[in-house]
Design a protein around this ligand. Structure first.
Ligand code: ZN
Length: 220
């Protein structure tokens, strides 16, 4: 706060509590350096709270008591500002698990100047970005829940902006089934690979057993 603002507040405070000697005013003005980091409304609120509670009878005891009150007022104000900028809680959202983001198949991609679509007749067919490979690429969209809306409205980048889920669904209504199918296929592939590895390992073990005459447990 500025010096004139402080002076105005000090005038109001001293008048309110009946401190009208030159000494009282001088005392308050000496505290400017301590109070200058507060806002005028912070100090006005501190004055109000002091008048509503038990207040010191002596002018010289006021600044310290005001400092405590003003600090409290400021802390409450800052917390209020912080709450206003924090995203809403949405731990119960099953769609995004409380993250505000939903993972979905990428719809299309420009490859060599040509748009290639990953969805064909409601099926996720994926596409190839690197020749010789085929990929099922996913991206994230803003969820339809309050947290998703909050993230959407607080998105800071100009060059790129994810879609919202409701908009995405208009392009690809079957995305949930596609994601589940893909997960299942990936699990199966991983299982096959694991089994394949076990077989190869077992073969080596078998050969070693035969070579070194190792018996299976329980084998006589
Ligand atoms: Zn959500």
């Amino acid at each position: 706060m500025t010096y004139p603002e402080y002076q105005e507040w000090a005038g109001k405070h001293t008048t309110r509590f009946g401190f009208n000697t030159e000494g009282d005013l001088k005392l308050f003005m000496e505290w400017f350096d301590v109070f200058k980091d507060f806002t005028a409304p912070d100090l006005a609120e501190a004055t109000l709270r002091m008048s509503e509670g038990d207040y010191p009878g002596w002018a010289r005891e006021h600044p310290k008591a005001l400092l405590r009150l003003a600090s409290l007022v400021r802390a409450e104000r800052l917390q209020g500002d912080l709450d206003a900028t924090l995203p809403p809680d949405s731990p119960s959202c099953v769609e995004c698990g409380g993250s505000g983001w939903v993972s979905v198949p990428v719809l299309s991609r420009k490859i060599d100047g040509k748009t290639v679509y990953a969805i064909d007749k409601n099926e996720w067919v994926g596409f190839s970005i690197i020749p010789g490979t085929h990929g099922y690429y996913t991206c994230v969209v803003f969820c339809n829940c309050p947290l998703g809306y909050w993230k959407d409205s607080h998105w800071g980048r100009e060059d790129f902006k994810p879609m919202r889920l409701d908009e995405y669904v208009r392009h690809n209504p079957n995305y949930r089934v596609q994601m589940r199918k893909r997960e299942f296929q990936e699990r199966q592939a991983a299982e096959l690979e694991r089994n394949g590895r076990r077989t190869a390992f077992d073969e080596v073990l078998d050969r070693l057993r035969a070579k070194c005459g190792i018996r299976e447990p329980g084998e006589e």
